[in-house]
Write a protein that binds this ligand. Structure first.
Ligand code: AMP
Length: 392
């Protein structure tokens, strides 16, 4: 049984999953955190829980520790990469040139891409003879037309400075669209879909015949929906206004809109939807307001996505919130009365499980589905395509 080792490296973290790309079974997973500091720690969750203090460990040291405690026939390594710029429109096999291009997209994702390069280098040292494959969050959205991905700025900002909408969560949008097509019993190539990845980071995507035509995240993951701690869309003059009014620096305002805003900023309580739903149910007004704003913004973006489609064959909810919050789904659909969705409350409360993901009634003018995402599995399957023994 050939297994794929899926790695997701941040600047001080390394998430891993050992997965069978054929049946999707996770054999092992876990997380190393605070790497490069005296508090560095490796947590293995599956197959058994283990924790190791590894002071000052590098990504390479963390990999050594992890691999000495998990078993399995690893035949390929899949790397999740946040930003592929305009260089990558699909997953590719890693070579020196690919690593260099990921590095050169670092100005677009300064927190992520340098860490990914570090992770790839550590993993290539560890597994020099295995195929390494990079799977990009941005690649799926490279099919967007210019009218969707350009900002109305002087054109030189695009040609010289690479300013455009890239979009993220592509792996998840693509996967749930494919799964929805299976659930609907129709070829993906015949469907016009709107997918909503709603987690701590959230985005929507217009998918036409299997291709991304528009998405709500932009140059960076800040744009679009209200998220856990990100504001989503704001007036671009906000930064100048706030630096003038408050004396904050530009970086402080940037940190505020990324880390102190969104659900957390509005509620003053938490970035976590579950906590907010509980608080709202017991009368916390700003928690209720944060949920209401989240759903309203989402509904606005869904209608915006519809400009790329001829019809909406299905609205698809995924991510931690999309898969688990019946309240968010119901409220969002209530703001889409123009599309006349008929929610089946019973099915919605059971997250669509009894009806192949369906949460609307059989005769609803628009179909809404809950489809669980599985980004690790997509990365494993993309990687398996480059493993001669597994590629079919
Ligand atoms: P993710 O980033 O996809 O892991 O999603 C994280 C978000 O999903 C957090 O806001 C969680 O509060 C939310 N979430 C997870 N489970 C539930 C639940 N049962 N009800 C509401 N929100 C949930």
């Amino acid at each position: 049984m050939g297994l794929i080792f899926v790695v997701n490296c941040g600047s001080s973290s390394l998430k891993f999953t050992l997965i069978n790309p054929e049946d999707g079974k996770t054999v092992a997973n876990g997380l190393a955190e605070r790497l490069g500091t005296p508090e560095a720690v490796v947590n293995i969750r599956q197959p058994v829980r283990l924790e190791f203090q590894v002071p000052n460990a590098t990504h390479g040291d963390a990999l050594d520790k992890i691999l000495s405690h998990i078993d399995g026939d690893i035949v390929g390594v899949g790397h999740r990469i946040v930003h592929g710029g305009e260089y990558f429109t699909e997953s590719v096999l890693v070579d020196d040139k690919v690593v260099e291009l990921i590095g050169s997209a670092s100005d677009l994702a300064p927190l992520h891409n340098p860490a990914h390069v570090m992770g790839i280098e550590a993993a290539r040292k560890k597994f020099p003879d295995l195929p390494h494959v990079v799977v990009f969050d941005t690649a799926f959205h490279q099919s967007m037309p210019k009218r969707a991905y350009l900002y109305a700025l002087p054109y030189a900002m695009y040609t010289n400075e690479k300013v455009r909408k890239y979009g993220f969560h592509g792996t998840s949008h693509r996967y749930v669209a494919g799964e929805a097509a299976k659930l609907m019993g129709k070829p993906l190539e015949d469907l016009h879909l709107i997918t909503m990845h709603l987690g701590n980071g959230s985005s929507t995507c217009a998918i036409r015949e299997g291709k991304s035509y528009d998405t709500s995240m932009g140059l960076t993951p800040l744009e679009g929906l209200i998220m856990g701690t990100r504001s989503g869309d704001v007036d671009a003059n906000l930064h100048e206004y706030l630096t003038r009014r408050t004396g904050c620096t530009l970086s402080e305002v940037t940190a505020m809109v990324n880390r102190e805003s969104g659900l957390l900023g509005i509620s003053g309580l938490s970035n976590d939807m579950r906590t907010l739903a509980e608080a709202a149910a017991s009368g916390h007004q700003r928690a209720a307001l944060a949920i209401d704003m989240f759903c309203f913004r989402l509904a606005k973006h869904i209608l915006g996505m519809s400009a790329s489609l001829d019809r909406i064959d299905a609205l698809i909810f995924t991510g931690g919130i999309g898969e688990n919050s019946a309240i968010v789904r119901e409220k969002t659909l209530s703001y889409l009365s123009l599309l006349r969705p008929q929610v089946d409350s019973e099915l919605n409360n059971q997250h669509g499980r009894p009806a192949n993901g369906r949460i609307t009634t059989g005769d609803s003018p628009v179909l809404a589905l809950v489809v669980p995402t599985n980004e690790e599995l997509v990365i494993a399957r993309e990687t398996a395509r480059f493993v001669p023994a597994l590629a079919s």
